[in-house]
Design a protein around this ligand. Structure first.
Ligand code: H2U
Ligand code: ZN
Length: 392
């Protein structure tokens, strides 16, 4: 398409006109027959892709799924929910079923523990003696008995602590316990995967610092997706997917929040939760069991730094789901598995305004507003001293 005879742009091809000039010529032009040309030029200008402005898709190579980023929506007005943020817990709560010396719902009494404490979940989602049958072989009605073991892990005897308020030295025994549990549960014939996780402030039943461990005989859905993607990548490149990804993130330096000698915390390129992070082992090892002493200390340091930053973001206890992804425990070799942890935090604009995965996200695809790069910059710029310590 060309400008019409008589148009102010007729003698100057649009490609060489500065943007401002052809916008001005649009308003100056009086020829209606020339309108199409000007409109197409304006569209072309808008199409200069800017990932901080324009809606786009990003690919998650770990799951093989696309997500939608809509950075311009971060500017919209918000009238969301408002909730409580005050955290005034006592160091010991006589009504807490996780505090040392207290009775649980099962009637069992917790010992007077002074480090971490692990017990079999009194209301387990999986049980070791479930029949492993497939009672219906219709392809549209598939059903399989699933065996497993679920445990609860108290991180610390003090009711009022969280990982963010614990020192790296206090977090280190939690890491050792996760490794011991992986070894213990993973050694059983019926256990192919050990999922370590913590739900903090969302969907959990008790504020006492604790997490859970669910282990079962088949790979869970999210782990299975990561298993496939990592296997395919390793087969094609002879390197773990996350080793290659980490090298590129270290080169670009746009999304790294915190790094020490053995771990890197970053907002992944494909993050869907507003302040989602990936805690990545610098060494491509498959299991938490394999971490040496220095790597365990460094993981405690990394978890301390990211959880402190999370609390500092809105000067309030931060909500998240956290979990470790590691290689299956069925005794096979997994050279392609690269140990990492995910933080999936829902908070978006304040301590009380959270993102919900609803509507389009439930029915179509996950979507985020602020970009991963903007989120990483905000987390990176926060103090690594917990706000309750600095304000004292
Ligand atoms: P959450 O706070 O993330 O829900 O974890 C607490 C777990 O503790 C939960 O799975 C278990 C629940 O079944 N529990 C016990 O095993 N014993 C109790 O006395 C209460 C809760
Ligand atoms: Zn307690």
């Amino acid at each position: 398409m060309q400008p019409q005879r008589g148009c102010s742009d007729e003698s100057t091809p649009a490609a060489v006109l500065p943007r401002k000039a052809w916008h001005e010529s649009w308003t100056l032009c009086t020829l209606s027959t020339c309108m199409d040309w000007h409109v197409s030029q304006q569209r072309a200008d808008m199409m200069t892709f800017d990932p901080t402005e324009h809606p786009h898709r990003r690919f998650n190579p770990l799951t093989g799924e696309w997500i939608l980023v809509s950075p311009h929506r971060a500017k919209r007005p918000w009238q969301g929910e408002v909730g409580e943020t005050a955290d005034t817990r006592p160091a010991y709560d006589p009504t807490c079923y996780l505090c040392p010396g207290n009775k649980r719902a099962s009637g069992d009494v917790n010992p007077a523990y002074n480090g971490t404490y692990v017990f079999d979940n009194d209301f387990p989602a999986l049980m070791p003696d479930t029949p492993g049958d497939e009672p219906d072989d219709h392809p549209l009605f598939r059903i399989q008995g699933e065996r497993g073991i679920c445990r609860v892990i108290c991180f610390h005897p003090r009711h009022d602590l969280t990982l963010a308020l614990m020192t790296p030295a206090q977090i280190r025994p939690v890491i050792d316990t996760w490794a011991e549990q992986t070894l213990d549960l993973g050694a059983r014939d019926t256990i192919a995967y050990v999922q370590i996780f913590e739900n903090k402030g969302m969907g959990n039943s008790n504020p006492h610092p604790h997490g859970q461990i669910w282990s079962n005989e088949r790979l869970p859905r999210e782990v299975s997706k990561e298993d496939n993607a990592q296997r395919d990548y390793f087969a094609a490149h002879s390197l773990t997917l996350l080793a290659d990804y980490l090298a590129e993130e270290q080169r670009r330096r746009e999304r790294i929040v915190y790094a020490n000698a053995h771990w890197t915390v970053l907002v992944p390129f494909w993050a869907i939760w507003p302040f989602e992070t990936l805690v990545l082992s610098n060494r491509p090892t498959g299991s938490i069991v394999d971490l040496d002493d220095a790597e365990r200390d460094a993981l405690a340091d990394a978890l301390h730094h990211i959880t402190v930053r999370y609390d500092n973001l809105f000067q309030a206890p931060f909500l998240y789901s956290f979990g470790i992804h590691q290689q299956p425990t069925d005794g096979q070799d997994y050279p392609y598995w690269h140990l990492h942890a995910h933080f999936y935090p829902p908070l978006l604009r304040s301590a009380t305004v959270a993102k919900h995965m609803v509507g389009y996200e439930m029915l179509a695809t996950p979507q985020r507003d602020i970009t991963a790069e903007q989120a990483a910059m905000r987390l990176r710029d926060l103090s690594d001293k917990h706000y309750t310590f600095t304000s004292r």
